[in-house]
Design a protein around this ligand. Structure first.
Ligand code: GDP
Ligand code: MG
Length: 163
């Protein structure tokens, strides 16, 4: 069985950037039923020698805030339920924001293995945010940059036991 890795976090932390990096050209849209899985993307990922399926979550293309938040939550819960391991992403430059908490709560509640990725930390940026993120109680943060590909060997090492 191929392991499923879900990328979870509030909007704009860099989830899709990581997804694109992991999936490269092999991107496969799996389901376009409106209102159900519109923002959800799933693909075959490769990272070093590891191969796994990765799920990206929660786009922001819909205007209606209430239904948007509901959908983001539902989509996040579904992805967490399907995942063997979760990549929980924060923006290390901004540090923790109130919007990170509900996503972190869902992850914690699941009891599934989680790797905390402190993204946007290229070139030693975001050190304050990295320290703040210990407060989430999701383990030690992995400094990371989805855009610049920094921290990928640490991510590989963290993921290897689960995939
Ligand atoms: P998502 O909403 O969580 O899927 O976030 P996106 O992947 O769409 O990225 C949101 C914004 O953050 C975009 O402008 C990205 O270019 C930017 N971004 C993503 N990863 C990084 C990173 O590692 N470093 C920096 N500086 N910006 C990033
Ligand atoms: Mg996205």
């Amino acid at each position: 069985m191929t392991a499923i890795v879900a990328i979870i976090g509030r909007p704009n932390v860099g989830k899709s950037t990581l997804f694109n990096r992991l999936v490269g050209k092999k991107l496969a849209l799996v389901d376009d039923r409106p209102g159900v899985t519109r923002d959800r993307r799933e693909g075959e990922a490769s990272l070093g020698h590891l191969r796994f399926n990765v799920i990206d979550t929660a786009g922001l293309e819909e205007a209606d805030k209430d239904s948007l938040l509901g959908r983001m939550r539902a989509q996040t819960e579904t992805a967490i339920a399907q995942a063997d391991v979760i990549l929980f992403m924060i923006d290390a430059r901004l540090g923790l924001t109130p919007m990170d908490q509900p996503f972190a709560d869902l992850v914690r509640k699941s009891g599934k293995p989680v790797i905390l990725l402190a993204n946007k930390a290229e070139g030693k940026k975001g050190l304050d945010g990295i320290f703040e993120s210990y407060a989430l109680g999701l383990g030690d943060p992995v400094p990371f940059s989805a855009e610049h590909g920094e921290g990928t060997s640490d991510l590989l090492e963290a993921l290897a036991p689960f995939v």
